[in-house]
Design a protein around this ligand. Structure first.
Ligand SMILES: Cc1ncc(COP(=O)(O)O)c(C=O)c1O
Length: 420
């Protein structure tokens, strides 16, 4: 049991939010130019049932269609208010604010479990996906005879963590392709490729849930179901977390690291590491709760606590909208975008059209144009996108709760013009 926090404003989470929401919708700030300034807007005046009201929670420039918002959380007004409240308390009486620190950490872990499933003891608090991956791969006990099976599609944070794991333990790192053409990736083929590559020496399978290089979603559940019990399945889950509607324990993996500063739109510099059972991991960063404490995988030391503790409010905000609705909104727009682009000349959609093997990320190749140049061209047309940071780079758009179906149409029209 954690003691309730003493924050004044943050009672306006799920429970308090309902009372505040009622009667507030008329005051919902307009996303149009000339909208009230940030300081004039009451962050609590929002309606979790109304997508425009949800979009108005972001400080994002409303004249731009923000398809790169998922890259690093632009924060909601409620989140910034929660951070400000913690910052004020830390500033006014630091010692007293730190006294409730453990309770605040517990509250974050409980909010995480309420949102993403499992028990709060299965959540360690990290600063990013990358930090969680380092804790996960850095804490595994392997030997020279062991193999880690991974893929050619992962972000460098996984690649480099595995390089260090090999350096530390001598374990062999084996890489396979999960697909030849991302657009043709299927659940069955990806599952088969992983399971066929497993040998008696395979002790760890290291995967990324949704590839930021292509937008392909890897069938973690199906792969987990086919693995031997003694093989640990470790996942970089950042582009699936709050973009796929599933409880983490149902995924079947052993560990999953995710920043909470991407699709969850939580505080920048925060993340979670979920573990089905922490036993296989030795901590690499001393924890404040000691080697036997429930939070032994949460790095100790002092942090930007105003951000760490406000992650609770980000989870609660998403909960009040509803995880299923958030994911449906994301996937509906991603599908609309892929369908809108599918018939256009001069470009190729790289991400599969099937939602079973994709999530919110949509990657596009525009013929004979560098993705970075397409990003610039799009910006002049009021559309913000990004380019993937991989050897083969693609244009990348991420529809989310910060964008609208009208903006998806705008992105399609802009790309039609650019690619023509
Ligand atoms: C697949 C993947 N994992 C991890 C990261 C890094 O996330 P974080 O900033 O939370 O470490 C990124 C991109 O930023 C990514 O695309």
């Amino acid at each position: 049991m954690h003691t309730p926090t003493r924050r004044l404003f943050l009672g306006a989470g799920i429970a308090g939010g309902a009372a505040l929401v009622a009667g507030c919708t008329d005051d919902t700030p307009s996303p149009e130019p000339g909208a009230p300034s940030a300081s004039e807007i009451d962050p609590r005046a929002w309606d979790p049932q109304d997508w425009e009201s949800i979009r108005a929670q972001f400080l994002l420039d409303p004249t731009l269609a923000q398809f790169a918002a998922f890259v690093l959380s632009p924060h909601t007004r409620l989140l910034d208010a929660a951070i400000a409240d913690h910052r004020d308390q830390l500033g006014r009486d630091t010692e007293d604010a730190l006294l409730v620190g453990y309770a605040n950490d517990d509250a974050v872990r409980e909010a995480a479990a309420a949102f993403a499933g499992g028990d709060s003891s299965q959540y360690a608090l990290t600063g990013s996906t990358t930090m969680g991956l380092a804790i996960m791969y850095g804490g595994l006990a392997l030997g020279e005879k062991d193999t880690v099976l991974t893929t050619t599609h992962d972000f460098f944070a996984t690649e480099d963590s595995l390089r260090l794991l090999n350096q530390r333990t001598g374990a062999r790192i084996q890489r396979i392709d999960l697909y030849d053409d991302p657009a043709d990736a299927t659940v069955d083929d990806m599952t088969k490729r992983v399971l066929d590559a497993v040998t008696p020496r395979t002790k760890v399978v290291a995967l990324t849930w949704v590839h930021s290089s292509t937008g392909v979603r890897v069938p973690i559940q199906e792969i987990a179901a086919g693995l031997r019990d003694d093989v640990l399945l470790c996942v970089d889950g950042v582009h699936g977390f709050a973009a796929v509607d599933v409880d983490l324990p149902d995924l079947g993996c052993d560990f999953l690291s995710s920043g909470t500063h991407k699709w969850l739109f939580g505080p920048r510099g925060t993340g979670i590491l979920w573990g089905a059972d922490w036993a296989p991991l030795t901590e690499i960063i001393p924890s404040f709760s000691g080697p036997d404490g429930p939070a032994r995988l949460t790095p100790g030391g002092y942090h930007a606590f105003e951000h760490q503790w406000a992650a609770k409010d980000a989870f609660e905000l998403m909960q009040s909208i509803g995880r299923t609705r958030v994911v449906e909104r994301t996937v509906q727009q991603a599908t609309q975008l892929k369908e809108g682009l599918a018939g256009l000349d001069g470009l190729t959609v790289i991400t599969p059209s099937d939602p079973a093997v994709s999530a919110g990320i949509v990657c596009v190749d525009v013929d004979s144009m560098l993705p970075a140049n397409v990003v610039q061209e799009l910006r002049t047309r009021g559309v913000v996108a990004s380019a993937t940071p991989y050897r083969t780079s693609y244009l990348r758009l991420g529809p989310s709760i910060a964008t609208s179906p009208e903006e998806v149409d705008r992105a399609v029209a802009a790309l039609e013009e650019i690619a023509a």
